[in-house]
Design a protein around this ligand. Structure first.
Ligand code: GLA
Length: 384
Protein backbone atom coordinates (compact mmCIF):
# COMPACT_ATOMS: atom_id res chain seq x y z
CA UNK A 1 0.00 0.00 0.00
CA UNK A 2 1.35 3.43 -0.88
CA UNK A 3 1.67 6.07 1.81
CA UNK A 4 0.09 9.32 0.74
CA UNK A 5 -0.46 12.64 2.49
CA UNK A 6 -3.65 12.96 4.54
CA UNK A 7 -3.84 16.70 3.95
CA UNK A 8 -7.18 17.99 2.59
CA UNK A 9 -5.60 20.54 0.22
CA UNK A 10 -3.28 17.94 -1.32
CA UNK A 11 -6.21 15.59 -1.80
CA UNK A 12 -8.28 18.31 -3.51
CA UNK A 13 -5.36 18.84 -5.91
CA UNK A 14 -5.11 15.10 -6.58
CA UNK A 15 -8.85 15.09 -7.29
CA UNK A 16 -8.40 17.92 -9.80
CA UNK A 17 -5.48 16.15 -11.48
CA UNK A 18 -7.59 13.02 -11.98
CA UNK A 19 -11.01 14.43 -12.87
CA UNK A 20 -10.19 17.82 -14.39
CA UNK A 21 -12.56 19.58 -12.00
CA UNK A 22 -12.55 20.74 -8.41
CA UNK A 23 -14.18 18.67 -5.68
CA UNK A 24 -17.27 20.06 -3.98
CA UNK A 25 -15.64 19.27 -0.66
CA UNK A 26 -13.28 17.09 1.35
CA UNK A 27 -14.53 14.88 4.21
CA UNK A 28 -12.76 12.71 6.76
CA UNK A 29 -13.49 9.87 9.18
CA UNK A 30 -11.02 8.35 11.65
CA UNK A 31 -9.85 4.90 12.69
CA UNK A 32 -10.18 4.07 16.39
CA UNK A 33 -8.68 2.25 19.30
CA UNK A 34 -10.90 0.76 21.94
CA UNK A 35 -9.84 1.76 25.44
CA UNK A 36 -11.83 -1.08 26.98
CA UNK A 37 -14.92 -3.24 26.25
CA UNK A 38 -13.91 -5.96 23.78
CA UNK A 39 -16.43 -8.31 22.13
CA UNK A 40 -19.12 -6.69 24.23
CA UNK A 41 -20.83 -4.70 21.46
CA UNK A 42 -22.65 -7.62 19.83
CA UNK A 43 -23.66 -8.80 23.32
CA UNK A 44 -25.67 -5.58 23.82
CA UNK A 45 -22.96 -4.39 26.21
CA UNK A 46 -20.68 -1.41 26.73
CA UNK A 47 -17.65 -0.12 24.82
CA UNK A 48 -15.29 2.85 25.21
CA UNK A 49 -13.35 3.63 22.03
CA UNK A 50 -11.70 6.88 21.01
CA UNK A 51 -11.00 8.20 17.52
CA UNK A 52 -7.42 8.33 16.22
CA UNK A 53 -5.80 11.19 14.36
CA UNK A 54 -5.24 8.69 11.53
CA UNK A 55 -8.17 8.89 9.12
CA UNK A 56 -9.58 8.34 5.67
CA UNK A 57 -10.05 11.48 3.55
CA UNK A 58 -12.50 11.69 0.65
CA UNK A 59 -12.69 14.41 -1.99
CA UNK A 60 -15.96 14.22 -3.92
CA UNK A 61 -18.14 15.85 -6.55
CA UNK A 62 -21.46 14.66 -8.03
CA UNK A 63 -21.86 13.09 -11.49
CA UNK A 64 -25.06 13.06 -13.49
CA UNK A 65 -24.58 9.73 -15.29
CA UNK A 66 -25.53 7.37 -12.43
CA UNK A 67 -21.96 6.14 -12.00
CA UNK A 68 -19.78 6.12 -8.90
CA UNK A 69 -16.10 6.32 -9.83
CA UNK A 70 -13.80 5.74 -6.85
CA UNK A 71 -10.04 6.21 -6.79
CA UNK A 72 -7.88 4.97 -3.93
CA UNK A 73 -4.59 6.85 -3.91
CA UNK A 74 -3.19 4.23 -1.53
CA UNK A 75 -3.86 1.37 -3.94
CA UNK A 76 -3.34 3.56 -7.01
CA UNK A 77 -6.50 2.11 -8.51
CA UNK A 78 -9.86 3.35 -9.78
CA UNK A 79 -13.08 1.32 -9.70
CA UNK A 80 -16.52 2.22 -11.08
CA UNK A 81 -19.98 0.87 -10.38
CA UNK A 82 -23.59 1.68 -11.22
CA UNK A 83 -26.81 1.06 -9.27
CA UNK A 84 -27.31 -2.29 -11.04
CA UNK A 85 -23.89 -3.46 -9.72
CA UNK A 86 -24.90 -2.98 -6.09
CA UNK A 87 -25.17 -6.62 -5.04
CA UNK A 88 -24.22 -7.77 -1.50
CA UNK A 89 -21.17 -10.02 -1.61
CA UNK A 90 -19.06 -7.68 -3.79
CA UNK A 91 -15.36 -8.08 -2.94
CA UNK A 92 -12.32 -5.76 -2.94
CA UNK A 93 -11.81 -2.41 -1.23
CA UNK A 94 -14.50 -0.82 -3.40
CA UNK A 95 -17.13 -3.04 -1.70
CA UNK A 96 -16.94 -0.79 1.37
CA UNK A 97 -17.77 2.22 -0.80
CA UNK A 98 -20.46 0.47 -2.86
CA UNK A 99 -21.92 -0.94 0.39
CA UNK A 100 -22.47 2.58 1.70
CA UNK A 101 -24.29 3.64 -1.49
CA UNK A 102 -26.34 0.43 -1.23
CA UNK A 103 -27.18 0.97 2.48
CA UNK A 104 -28.26 4.57 1.85
CA UNK A 105 -30.46 3.55 -1.08
CA UNK A 106 -31.95 0.61 0.84
CA UNK A 107 -32.90 3.01 3.62
CA UNK A 108 -34.73 5.16 1.07
CA UNK A 109 -32.14 7.92 0.68
CA UNK A 110 -31.63 9.03 -2.94
CA UNK A 111 -27.92 9.04 -3.82
CA UNK A 112 -26.69 10.44 -7.14
CA UNK A 113 -23.52 9.23 -8.88
CA UNK A 114 -20.22 10.80 -7.83
CA UNK A 115 -16.48 10.96 -8.36
CA UNK A 116 -14.66 10.06 -5.15
CA UNK A 117 -10.92 10.20 -4.52
CA UNK A 118 -9.72 8.61 -1.27
CA UNK A 119 -6.55 8.58 0.76
CA UNK A 120 -5.91 6.95 4.13
CA UNK A 121 -3.23 6.86 6.80
CA UNK A 122 -5.11 4.35 8.98
CA UNK A 123 -2.96 1.20 9.04
CA UNK A 124 -4.84 -1.62 7.28
CA UNK A 125 -5.38 -5.03 8.84
CA UNK A 126 -4.13 -3.76 12.21
CA UNK A 127 -7.47 -3.81 14.02
CA UNK A 128 -7.72 0.00 13.96
CA UNK A 129 -10.97 0.01 11.96
CA UNK A 130 -9.67 1.19 8.62
CA UNK A 131 -12.81 -0.26 7.03
CA UNK A 132 -15.17 1.65 9.34
CA UNK A 133 -13.17 4.82 8.61
CA UNK A 134 -13.62 4.19 4.89
CA UNK A 135 -17.36 3.55 5.22
CA UNK A 136 -17.98 6.52 7.49
CA UNK A 137 -15.94 8.96 5.40
CA UNK A 138 -17.81 7.99 2.23
CA UNK A 139 -21.14 8.10 4.03
CA UNK A 140 -20.42 11.59 5.39
CA UNK A 141 -19.42 12.81 1.92
CA UNK A 142 -22.44 11.29 0.16
CA UNK A 143 -24.85 12.59 2.82
CA UNK A 144 -23.59 16.14 2.24
CA UNK A 145 -23.39 15.84 -1.55
CA UNK A 146 -27.00 14.67 -1.66
CA UNK A 147 -28.33 17.04 1.05
CA UNK A 148 -29.39 14.13 3.22
CA UNK A 149 -30.26 14.99 6.80
CA UNK A 150 -29.10 11.88 8.70
CA UNK A 151 -28.32 11.96 12.43
CA UNK A 152 -24.92 10.68 13.63
CA UNK A 153 -26.18 7.47 15.16
CA UNK A 154 -28.18 6.55 12.08
CA UNK A 155 -25.09 7.19 9.95
CA UNK A 156 -23.15 4.76 12.11
CA UNK A 157 -25.89 2.15 11.70
CA UNK A 158 -26.02 2.59 7.93
CA UNK A 159 -22.23 2.17 7.72
CA UNK A 160 -22.46 -0.95 9.88
CA UNK A 161 -25.18 -2.34 7.59
CA UNK A 162 -22.80 -1.86 4.65
CA UNK A 163 -20.20 -3.89 6.55
CA UNK A 164 -22.58 -6.60 7.86
CA UNK A 165 -24.83 -7.19 4.87
CA UNK A 166 -22.98 -5.90 1.80
CA UNK A 167 -19.41 -6.86 2.72
CA UNK A 168 -20.55 -9.76 4.92
CA UNK A 169 -18.61 -9.22 8.17
CA UNK A 170 -20.82 -9.88 11.27
CA UNK A 171 -19.42 -7.06 13.43
CA UNK A 172 -21.08 -5.03 16.16
CA UNK A 173 -21.63 -1.26 16.03
CA UNK A 174 -18.55 -0.11 17.95
CA UNK A 175 -16.24 0.81 15.08
CA UNK A 176 -18.77 2.81 13.07
CA UNK A 177 -20.11 4.49 16.23
CA UNK A 178 -16.55 5.50 17.15
CA UNK A 179 -15.70 6.81 13.68
CA UNK A 180 -18.92 8.81 13.51
CA UNK A 181 -19.57 10.01 17.08
CA UNK A 182 -16.20 10.51 18.78
CA UNK A 183 -15.00 14.01 19.66
CA UNK A 184 -11.54 15.46 20.29
CA UNK A 185 -10.21 14.92 23.80
CA UNK A 186 -12.82 12.33 24.70
CA UNK A 187 -13.50 8.63 24.75
CA UNK A 188 -16.99 7.54 23.76
CA UNK A 189 -18.87 5.54 26.40
CA UNK A 190 -21.45 3.77 24.27
CA UNK A 191 -24.25 1.49 25.42
CA UNK A 192 -24.82 -0.92 22.54
CA UNK A 193 -28.35 -1.79 23.71
CA UNK A 194 -29.82 1.64 24.38
CA UNK A 195 -27.53 3.55 21.97
CA UNK A 196 -26.84 6.03 24.79
CA UNK A 197 -23.59 7.84 24.02
CA UNK A 198 -21.53 9.86 26.53
CA UNK A 199 -18.39 11.80 25.70
CA UNK A 200 -16.03 11.09 28.59
CA UNK A 201 -13.07 13.39 29.00
CA UNK A 202 -9.73 11.67 28.34
CA UNK A 203 -7.17 14.33 29.18
CA UNK A 204 -4.02 12.21 29.24
CA UNK A 205 -1.64 15.19 29.31
CA UNK A 206 -2.98 16.60 32.56
CA UNK A 207 -2.79 13.12 34.11
CA UNK A 208 0.89 12.85 33.10
CA UNK A 209 0.33 9.82 30.87
CA UNK A 210 0.27 8.93 27.19
CA UNK A 211 -1.36 6.12 25.24
CA UNK A 212 1.02 4.01 23.21
CA UNK A 213 -0.50 2.08 20.31
CA UNK A 214 1.67 -0.72 19.00
CA UNK A 215 0.74 -2.68 15.88
CA UNK A 216 2.17 -6.19 16.28
CA UNK A 217 1.87 -6.66 12.49
CA UNK A 218 0.78 -10.24 12.97
CA UNK A 219 -1.30 -11.85 10.25
CA UNK A 220 -5.04 -11.63 10.83
CA UNK A 221 -5.61 -14.99 9.15
CA UNK A 222 -8.14 -16.44 11.59
CA UNK A 223 -9.94 -13.25 12.40
CA UNK A 224 -13.09 -13.76 10.30
CA UNK A 225 -13.87 -17.35 11.25
CA UNK A 226 -12.85 -16.97 14.89
CA UNK A 227 -14.79 -13.72 15.30
CA UNK A 228 -17.94 -15.40 13.97
CA UNK A 229 -17.30 -18.41 16.24
CA UNK A 230 -16.99 -16.20 19.35
CA UNK A 231 -20.16 -14.40 18.43
CA UNK A 232 -22.03 -17.68 17.92
CA UNK A 233 -20.81 -18.99 21.32
CA UNK A 234 -22.09 -15.87 23.07
CA UNK A 235 -25.46 -16.03 21.36
CA UNK A 236 -25.73 -19.76 22.13
CA UNK A 237 -24.92 -19.11 25.81
CA UNK A 238 -27.56 -16.38 26.00
CA UNK A 239 -30.13 -18.84 24.63
CA UNK A 240 -29.20 -21.49 27.21
CA UNK A 241 -29.40 -18.91 29.98
CA UNK A 242 -32.74 -17.60 28.74
CA UNK A 243 -31.63 -13.98 28.29
CA UNK A 244 -31.82 -11.72 25.26
CA UNK A 245 -28.06 -11.08 25.39
CA UNK A 246 -25.13 -11.68 27.76
CA UNK A 247 -25.52 -8.05 28.83
CA UNK A 248 -28.48 -9.26 30.90
CA UNK A 249 -26.42 -11.53 33.17
CA UNK A 250 -26.43 -9.91 36.59
CA UNK A 251 -25.29 -12.87 38.68
CA UNK A 252 -22.21 -14.32 37.00
CA UNK A 253 -21.69 -17.21 39.43
CA UNK A 254 -25.18 -18.61 39.09
CA UNK A 255 -25.00 -18.20 35.28
CA UNK A 256 -21.72 -20.15 35.23
CA UNK A 257 -23.27 -22.92 37.35
CA UNK A 258 -25.94 -23.39 34.71
CA UNK A 259 -23.43 -23.90 31.88
CA UNK A 260 -21.83 -27.32 31.53
CA UNK A 261 -19.33 -26.59 28.73
CA UNK A 262 -16.11 -25.13 30.22
CA UNK A 263 -15.32 -23.24 27.00
CA UNK A 264 -18.72 -21.54 26.97
CA UNK A 265 -18.29 -20.73 30.67
CA UNK A 266 -15.04 -18.94 29.89
CA UNK A 267 -16.60 -16.99 27.02
CA UNK A 268 -19.46 -15.84 29.26
CA UNK A 269 -17.08 -14.90 32.07
CA UNK A 270 -15.12 -12.67 29.68
CA UNK A 271 -18.15 -10.80 28.38
CA UNK A 272 -19.78 -10.29 31.77
CA UNK A 273 -16.54 -9.24 33.51
CA UNK A 274 -15.55 -7.00 30.58
CA UNK A 275 -18.85 -5.14 30.75
CA UNK A 276 -18.23 -4.58 34.48
CA UNK A 277 -14.73 -3.27 33.69
CA UNK A 278 -16.12 -0.75 31.19
CA UNK A 279 -18.49 0.58 33.84
CA UNK A 280 -15.59 0.90 36.30
CA UNK A 281 -13.50 2.61 33.62
CA UNK A 282 -16.24 5.17 33.00
CA UNK A 283 -16.32 5.98 36.71
CA UNK A 284 -12.55 6.36 36.70
CA UNK A 285 -12.60 8.76 33.74
CA UNK A 286 -15.58 10.75 34.97
CA UNK A 287 -13.52 11.60 38.04
CA UNK A 288 -10.36 12.30 36.03
CA UNK A 289 -8.33 9.44 37.58
CA UNK A 290 -6.86 8.18 34.30
CA UNK A 291 -3.99 6.27 35.91
CA UNK A 292 -6.59 4.13 37.70
CA UNK A 293 -7.48 2.68 34.29
CA UNK A 294 -4.29 0.65 34.41
CA UNK A 295 -5.46 -2.37 36.46
CA UNK A 296 -8.62 -2.52 34.37
CA UNK A 297 -6.55 -2.69 31.18
CA UNK A 298 -4.44 -5.47 32.67
CA UNK A 299 -7.49 -7.44 33.79
CA UNK A 300 -9.12 -6.98 30.38
CA UNK A 301 -6.05 -8.40 28.69
CA UNK A 302 -5.93 -11.43 31.00
CA UNK A 303 -9.61 -12.05 30.30
CA UNK A 304 -9.11 -11.87 26.52
CA UNK A 305 -6.08 -14.17 26.77
CA UNK A 306 -7.41 -16.79 29.20
CA UNK A 307 -11.20 -16.70 28.88
CA UNK A 308 -12.07 -15.39 25.43
CA UNK A 309 -8.86 -16.82 23.94
CA UNK A 310 -8.40 -14.22 21.24
CA UNK A 311 -4.78 -13.18 21.78
CA UNK A 312 -1.70 -14.54 19.99
CA UNK A 313 1.90 -14.90 21.30
CA UNK A 314 3.08 -11.64 19.70
CA UNK A 315 0.26 -9.69 21.35
CA UNK A 316 0.91 -11.29 24.75
CA UNK A 317 4.64 -10.57 24.47
CA UNK A 318 3.99 -6.93 23.56
CA UNK A 319 1.73 -6.50 26.60
CA UNK A 320 4.21 -8.21 28.95
CA UNK A 321 7.19 -6.18 27.72
CA UNK A 322 5.19 -2.94 27.91
CA UNK A 323 4.43 -3.61 31.57
CA UNK A 324 7.96 -4.75 32.37
CA UNK A 325 9.24 -1.51 30.77
CA UNK A 326 7.18 0.78 32.96
CA UNK A 327 3.72 0.90 31.34
CA UNK A 328 1.08 1.36 34.03
CA UNK A 329 -1.26 -1.05 32.24
CA UNK A 330 -1.68 -2.61 28.81
CA UNK A 331 -4.10 -4.69 26.76
CA UNK A 332 -4.82 -5.90 23.28
CA UNK A 333 -7.36 -3.67 21.53
CA UNK A 334 -9.81 -4.66 18.79
CA UNK A 335 -11.18 -7.95 17.54
CA UNK A 336 -8.06 -10.03 18.29
CA UNK A 337 -5.92 -12.75 16.69
CA UNK A 338 -3.20 -10.18 16.09
CA UNK A 339 -3.53 -6.45 15.63
CA UNK A 340 -2.66 -3.77 18.18
CA UNK A 341 -2.05 -3.33 21.87
CA UNK A 342 -2.52 -0.13 23.84
CA UNK A 343 -0.40 0.76 26.84
CA UNK A 344 -0.82 3.55 29.34
CA UNK A 345 2.68 4.94 29.85
CA UNK A 346 4.15 7.88 31.82
CA UNK A 347 4.36 10.98 29.63
CA UNK A 348 7.49 10.94 27.46
CA UNK A 349 7.86 7.15 27.60
CA UNK A 350 6.17 6.16 24.33
CA UNK A 351 9.42 5.82 22.38
CA UNK A 352 11.29 4.06 25.15
CA UNK A 353 8.55 1.48 25.84
CA UNK A 354 7.85 1.02 22.11
CA UNK A 355 11.60 0.52 21.52
CA UNK A 356 11.78 -2.17 24.23
CA UNK A 357 8.96 -4.07 22.54
CA UNK A 358 10.68 -3.77 19.15
CA UNK A 359 13.89 -5.17 20.67
CA UNK A 360 12.05 -8.09 22.24
CA UNK A 361 10.28 -8.85 18.94
CA UNK A 362 13.64 -8.86 17.16
CA UNK A 363 15.04 -11.29 19.76
CA UNK A 364 12.02 -13.57 19.35
CA UNK A 365 12.41 -13.54 15.55
CA UNK A 366 9.01 -11.82 15.07
CA UNK A 367 8.24 -9.28 12.37
CA UNK A 368 9.07 -5.84 13.80
CA UNK A 369 6.09 -3.90 15.15
CA UNK A 370 5.14 -0.27 14.45
CA UNK A 371 4.09 2.15 17.19
CA UNK A 372 2.82 5.67 17.80
CA UNK A 373 1.29 7.85 20.54
CA UNK A 374 -2.49 8.12 20.20
CA UNK A 375 -4.49 11.29 20.82
CA UNK A 376 -8.28 11.24 21.19
CA UNK A 377 -9.36 12.94 17.95
CA UNK A 378 -12.44 14.10 16.06
CA UNK A 379 -15.09 11.88 14.48
CA UNK A 380 -16.33 12.10 10.89
CA UNK A 381 -16.52 15.64 9.56
CA UNK A 382 -16.29 17.92 6.55
CA UNK A 383 -12.86 19.50 6.25
CA UNK A 384 -13.44 21.91 3.37
C1 GLA B 1 -14.15 -5.69 15.76
C2 GLA B 1 -15.62 -5.45 15.43
C3 GLA B 1 -16.33 -4.70 16.55
C4 GLA B 1 -16.08 -5.33 17.91
C5 GLA B 1 -14.59 -5.63 18.10
C6 GLA B 1 -14.32 -6.40 19.35
O1 GLA B 1 -13.47 -4.47 15.79
O2 GLA B 1 -15.73 -4.74 14.23
O3 GLA B 1 -17.71 -4.60 16.27
O4 GLA B 1 -16.86 -6.49 18.07
O5 GLA B 1 -14.03 -6.35 17.01
O6 GLA B 1 -14.60 -5.64 20.48
Amino acid sequence: MRRVSNDAGALAEAFYARTDRHPVGVWAAPGRVNLIGEHTDYNDGYVMPFALAQRVLVAAAPRDDGTWSVTSLNNDSTESFRASDLQPGMTGWQAYVAGVVWALQEAGYPVAGADLVLTSDVPEGAGLSSSAALECSVLTALADLNDLDIAGLERAKLARRAENVFVGAPTGLMDQAASTLCTTGHALFFDCRTDDAEQVRLDTASAGVEILVLDTRTPHALVDSEYAARRASCEGAARILGVAALRDITDLDSALERLSDPVIRRRVRHVVSENARVLQAVDVLRTGRIAALAPLLDASHASMRDDFEITVPQVDLAVEVARASGALGARMTGGGFGGCIIALVPVGDVERVGGEIVRNFADAGYRLPAHFAAFPSAGAQRLQ
